[in-house]
Ligand binder design. Structure first.
Ligand code: ZN
Length: 491
C-alpha cells in the first residue's frame, strides 16, 4: 500500500499587515521527499504519528512536500501557487498510489483564496480521482463546505494546547489503511455554527472546552461512528467561514452522521455564553504577581502570540515591567534582529543601549529605549521537551538575553511562540527561579507551564491576536455570535 503525504500549512491572521511570502515558508519548516521523514520521525507531531503507524501497517509512505510558515498575514498568491504547483507535480510523479494523507492546518488565507485548503483539496481531488483523501486539521481550522466535500475524512485535534497531534497522526494512518482495504467506507456530516470564540476559552484543560471534548469522545464511542471533530476556528481570519464547526464521520451511515452532527452542534450552540475569555489589565497582573507568595506567575499575552500571527515584538508588558522596576521578571520573547545584533556586537558582560521591539505594528506599542546588561548570547537552537511537539527542533535565530534592573528580556532574530520552557532554559534561565514570566502565547504554553506556574493570568493588551474579539472591525465574516445580535439559532 502506497500513501502520499505532505503539507502546505499556514494559520493566516488577516488583521496582520505583515504579508507572508515564499521566504516565510522556507524560513519555517520546509522539507521535500526523504527530508520529511528525517524531520518528523520519532516526533510528537501529526506526520510523526502517521509515519510510525504507516510503518507498523506495512504502508509505504511517499513524502512529497511539507512546509509550514510561522503564522502571519495573508499569504501572497504567487507563494501559494508556487507551493501548490510543486506539491501537485510531486504528487503526479509519485507513481501508483492508494491514497493521500494530508497534514494541513485549515486556516490559510491567500490573496485570491479565503479558503486555501479548500482550493488545495479540490486540486488534489481532481488529480487523484476516487483515491481516499484523509486530512488532519488543527483545532483552529475554519472548516468550509469545500474542505468537507473534497476530503473523504477530516480529523481534527481534540486538544488545545495541541498535545494530541501524534495520536491524530496514528488515527489518520489507520483510517486511510482501513479505507484502502475496504474495511470502512466513511461518510461525513459537516455542520457550521454561527459562533466565533477566542483562544483562551478554547483551552481543553478546563471547562467549557474540557466538557465539550469529553462529550465528543462519548459520541465517537457510539457504534458506527469512525471519528468526530469539533473545530473551534481561527477568529483572526476575517473570512466568511471563520468560526466553529462540527464533523462526524460514520462507516457508511449518513443518517447516523447527520443525527450525531446535529446533536453536537446544538450542544455547542447551547454552551455559547460559556465560551468567553476573562482578561486582566497589565497593571492588575503585575500587582498580582508582586503580591503573590509563590512563583512563577505567568502572564499570557495572547494579543502578540506569533503562533497566531502576532509580530512578537510588542512592548506593552515590557514597558510596564521596567516602569514598575519589577524584581525577577522574564519577557519571552521579543523578536528584534536589530537589537540582537547590537547586543552581540557589545558582547556578553557589557552594557548596551537599545531601542527594543515595537518595530512592526503600531498597535503593539512603541520601541522601548533602554540601557541593559548583556547577560547571555546563544545560537537560539533548542529541542522541545514539554508535552507539545516534544522532540521537535526549534530555532529562534541568534538570541541575546539583556537585563534591565531585574527584568530579563530574551531578544531573538526570529518570531517563535514560546510555549516550551526550553526557550528560557536554553538561554540559562530556570523558569521556577523567576517571580514573573511574560509569554507571547495564548494557550499552548499551558501544556508545559501549568505544572510549574503558581498562577496564570490572561492579559488584555492591544494587538492583532487579542482575545478581546470586540476590538476588531470584522468585514467579511458571516453573522456570528457574539458579534452579531441577529443570530438566535445555530441554523
Ligand atoms: Zn491551533
Amino acid at each position: 500500500m502506497r500513501i502520499a503525504t505532505g503539507c502546505i500549512g499556514h494559520e493566516t491572521n488577516t488583521f496582520s499587515p505583515v504579508a507572508t511570502g515564499i521566504d516565510n515558508f522556507k524560513q519555517g519548516t520546509y522539507c521535500v521527499g526523504a527530508e520529511i521523514v528525517a524531520e518528523f520521525a520519532a516526533t510528537s507531531t501529526i506526520t510523526g504519528g502517521f509515519l510510525e503507524r504507516a510503518a507498523d501497517l506495512g504502508i509505504e509512505a511517499v513524502p512529497l512536500l511539507w512546509t509550514f510558515a510561522t503564522p502571519s498575514g495573508t499569504v501572497q498568491q504567487a507563494a501559494y501557487e508556487m507551493l501548490k504547483a510543486d506539491f501537485l507535480a510531486r504528487l503526479g510523479e509519485a507513481g501508483r498510489l492508494d491514497g493521500v494523507f494530508l497534514d494541513l492546518h485549515g486556516a490559510m488565507v491567500t490573496q485570491a483564496h479565503e479558503d486555501a485548503e479548500g482550493d488545495l483539496l479540490r486540486a488534489v481531488r481532481e488529480q487523484v480521482g476516487d483515491l481516499p483523501i484523509v486530512v488532519t486539521l488543527d483545532l483552529h481550522a475554519n472548516i468550509t463546505a469545500a474542505m468537507a466535500e473534497y476530503a473523504d475524512v477530516i480529523i481534527g485535534f481534540d486538544t488545545y494546547p495541541h498535545v494530541d497531534c501524534y495520536e491524530r497522526g496514528l488515527e489518520g494512518a489507520q483510517i486511510i489503511a482501513d479505507m484502502v482495504t475496504g474495511e470502512i467506507r466513511p461518510t461525513m456530516a459537516y455542520r457550521q455554527l454561527p459562533l466565533l470564540t477566542s483562544p483562551p476559552s478554547q483551552c481543553s484543560l478546563r471547562p467549557p472546552m474540557s466538557e465539550a471534548i469529553a462529550r465528543l469522545h462519548e459520541l465517537e464511542a457510539r457504534p458506527g461512528v469512525v471519528t468526530a471533530t469539533l473545530s473551534m476556528g481561527f477568529p483572526f481570519a476575517d473570512i466568511h467561514d471563520a468560526g466553529c464547526s462540527v464533523l462526524v464521520t460514520t462507516n457508511g451511515d449518513q443518517a447516523l452522521a447527520d443525527e450525531c452532527a446535529d446533536e453536537f452542534a446544538q450542544y455547542m450552540w447551547d454552551q455559547r455564553e460559556a465560551f468567553r475569555a476573562e482578561l486582566v489589565s497589565v497593571q492588575e497582573a503585575i500587582e498580582f504577581a508582586r503580591r503573590s507568595e509563590g512563583q512563577p506567575v505567568v502572564l499570557a499575552e495572547g494579543s502578540d502570540n506569533p503562533g497566531g500571527g502576532g509580530p512578537c515584538d510588542g512592548t506593552h508588558i515590557l514597558r510596564a515591567l521596567i516602569a514598575a522596576d519589577f524584581q525577577g521578571a522574564v519577557v519571552a520573547i521579543i523578536a528584534d534582529p536589530e537589537s540582537v545584533a547590537q547586543a552581540i556586537a557589545a558582547g556578553v558582560g557589557e552594557e548596551v543601549e537599545l531601542e527594543v521591539g515595537g518595530k512592526s505594528i503600531a498597535l503593539h506599542g512603541e520601541p522601548v529605549a533602554l540601557c541593559g546588561y548583556v547577560q547571555a548570547v546563544t545560537d537560539g537552537n533548542f529541542v522541545n521537551k514539554g508535552p507539545m511537539a516534544r522532540g521537535k527542533r526549534a530555532q529562534m535565530g541568534r538570541t541575546a538575553v539583556v537585563r534591565v534592573g531585574a527584568v530579563e528580556i530574551i531578544l531573538t532574530e526570529q518570531r517563535l511562540q514560546p510555549f516550551d520552557a526550553e526557550v528560557l532554559r536554553s538561554v540559562g534561565i530556570e523558569p521556577v527561579d523567576r517571580k514573573l514570566i511574560a509569554l507571547k502565547s495564548a494557550v499552548h504554553f499551558r501544556a508545559d507551564y501549568t505544572p510549574i506556574a503558581q498562577a496564570i493570568l490572561e492579559v488584555d493588551t492591544p494587538g492583532v491576536h487579542s482575545p478581546n474579539l470586540s476590538s476588531y472591525d470584522y468585514k467579511k465574516v458571516r453573522a456570528v455570535y457574539p458579534l452579531s445580535g441577529e443570530v438566535v439559532a445555530w441554523r
